[in-house]
Unconditional design. Structure first.
Length: 225
């Protein structure tokens, strides 16, 4: 009985916060393959490959895990590389254990023939948001802005010693090529840039059981003026 009373109360409190974070300021993804969130804390994030801000909110609410087999490893650029500033390079990376098939498998949240209310439980760090998200009308409306993320997605954060979060990208791809605006921002940094990647395996914008998030191996590079 207490749970029956508590969940609606928490849902009401969380609705405004999650709705504002995911869809504040007239949020619109536009192109399903890329876009920019207009939420108060994620308004600078670049989205690619069908990644959604709803999935990113869940990822950021979960505690990252250290698992070498699930970590991202950069193929390019190499550590300490000095990149020419005339053209934006393609940054590429892979999952360390991918060749061994170590990636956790995604399973449907509702198995065939399961009762309408039956759900598998996700990681503890994301379970509260996931359960509340399923109850909130505004968040359901937010999902209409794009197809939910299913599979692995990657959150790249570019930083310098003076500025953390200089550039942030959320993508389902194993590569990222900065557009002109993003490349100008990196070129103007005037200092070595470190990019960190956190990844997770998603099922309908939720983190799959055993799906992370996982920390990755950062790489530091510099850009010629």
């Amino acid at each position: 009985m207490r749970r029956a009373l508590l969940i609606p109360a928490l849902a009401a409190l969380a609705s405004a916060a999650m709705y504002a974070g995911a869809c504040g300021g007239g949020h619109d993804h536009g192109d399903a393959s890329s876009g920019t969130s207009s939420g108060p804390s994620l308004d600078d994030v670049i989205y690619e490959g069908g990644a959604t801000d709803e999935a990113l909110v869940v990822l950021l609410a979960a505690e990252p895990k250290d698992d070498a087999s699930q970590a991202t490893v950069f193929d390019a650029p190499e550590e300490g590389a000095a990149l020419p500033g005339d053209a934006a390079p393609e940054l590429t990376f892979h999952i360390a254990g991918a060749a061994q098939g170590a990636a956790p498998r995604a399973a449907p949240w509702r198995a065939a023939g399961a009762a309408p209310g039956a759900r598998e439980s996700g990681p503890v760090g994301a379970s509260v948001l996931a359960e509340l998200g399923a109850l909130l009308g505004p968040v359901r409306a937010a999902r209409a802005h794009g197809t939910p993320v299913n599979g692995r997605a990657y959150f790249l954060v570019f930083s310098t010693a003076e500025r953390e979060g200089l550039l942030r990208v959320f993508t389902t791809k194993l590569s990222y090529t900065p557009d002109a605006a993003a490349w100008d921002k990196l070129r103007a940094a005037g200092a070595p840039i470190t990019v960190d990647v956190v990844n997770a395996v998603f099922e309908n914008n939720r983190i799959a059981p055993g799906g992370g998030p996982f920390t990755g191996e950062p790489v530091t590079f510099s850009v010629a003026p």
